[in-house]
Structure formats: structure tokens, C-alpha cells
Design a protein around this ligand. Sequence first.
Ligand code: PEP
Length: 250
Amino acid sequence: MTPGVKPLVAGNWKMNGTAASLAEVEAVCAAPAATTFETLLCVPATLVERAARKADGSALMIGGEDCHAKESGAHTGDVSAEMLADAGASAVIVGHSERRTDHGETDGEVAAKAEAAWRAGLTAIICVGETREEREAGDAESVVGTQLAGSIPDAMTAATTVIAYEPVWAIGTGLVPSSEDIAAMHAFIRKTVSERFGDEGAAIRILYGGSVKPGNAAEIFAIPNVDGGLIGGASLKAVDFLAICDGIGG
Ligand code: PEP
């Protein structure tokens, strides 16, 4: 973790969840509120309003998983950051590797979405991460460096932005980089954003994402410059998500 930085444990439900899943939101809200870290569940757009109503009055924040860069217009099927905010979201994930792969999103498009999130008053969770081939070729840092340069707009502040380092090969696979490799990449990200953004880069939260589970969360969260996690599959069940939160300790 980073001294003086409040960690964040964020869930990403992806394309999972119907009305019945709101019981999991209720269960997370019913747990004793943490004061030393923040919690967020990013849910499908169809559930944002109902989840936000469930979470109202609790410490749990609700977020979206993607947004369009524009406020409104002829973009059938898309959801704007303003719509998410109107539904009760306080954050949105942008540039998740599944969006980059499935929808061909570029760094420039991710940056435009981050600006849209800020325009709507949402925290932008900007995802970066290398593929297995890129890591094996020794290109992990240069790939992530390019993504950081192109996906984070100049107006970034630590209060409005979170970076999630998610090695693509670790997402949903059960594979996790070694603690040394996570530490090295998070140190690289910290150095890169500190050089570009000064104090804001020094204070921004850098989450690790990729096969975080109750059994490995504490070890991962103890790594320097890991300021919490972005949790996919294990965020679908409150009992697992809360057990991961316990890994923050303190
Ligand atoms: C994710 O989708 O952001 C993620 C980290 O997934 P998982 O935890 O399932 O690997």
C-alpha cells in the first residue's frame, strides 16, 4: 500500500447479475462499514439504479462498467456517464481489457471516456495491462507505459481517477503474477504518473486486478504501491468480496 492513500476494493460484475443479485449488494452493505478503506461495486448498467438504492446510506459505492464519451445522442445501446451518475453511480470503469479486446477501444477512446466520467462527476477507473505474449517478450512495461500515456488525460487528479493494473493473462484465469512482478509494475506505474502529474501521481490509487481471491488478497494488498484491488469473479458473492476486503487489514 501507499502511505497516506486510502485503499479501494472495487468489484466488477461484468455481464453478470439480475434482480436476484441485489441480495449480494444488500449483504455487502450489511457488513460493518470500513473506515480505513473504500468499497465499490461496478455493476451492469441495468442494475446501477437498483444497486444504488440498496447501497444508499451505507459506505458502499456503486459504479458502472463502461460509458460513452458523449453526453447524449445517436449512439444506440450506449450509456453515457451522465446517465450512470443520474442512476446513482459514483464511478465508472474505462478501458477494461475486455472492452479494449471485444470493442477495439483505443487509448484515445479510453481517455475520452475518462474525461466523460469527470464531466459527469464520476471517478474514472482507468485500466491498463499487458497480454501474456507482451510479458513474455519483455514488453510489459513499455506496453503499460504507452497505455498510461494515451489513456490518462492531462487533467487527471488523484481525487477523480484510479488506475487499475490488470495483466490480461491474469483476468479470470486463476493465474497471478509473482509478488515481485506486481511490485515492479506498480512501482513503474507510480514513477510514470509521478513524473507526469507530480503530487497527483504520487497520491493516485493504483489497484491490482486479476484473479484476486480471499486466499491471496492479503498478500497482494501488502505489496508497495498496491492500493487495493479490482475484483472480477470473486466480487459476485458478498461473502467472497467481504473476505477480500478483510485482506486490506488495519
Ligand atoms: C476483472 O475483470 O477486472 C478481473 C480482475 O477479473 P477476475 O478477478 O475474475 O480475474
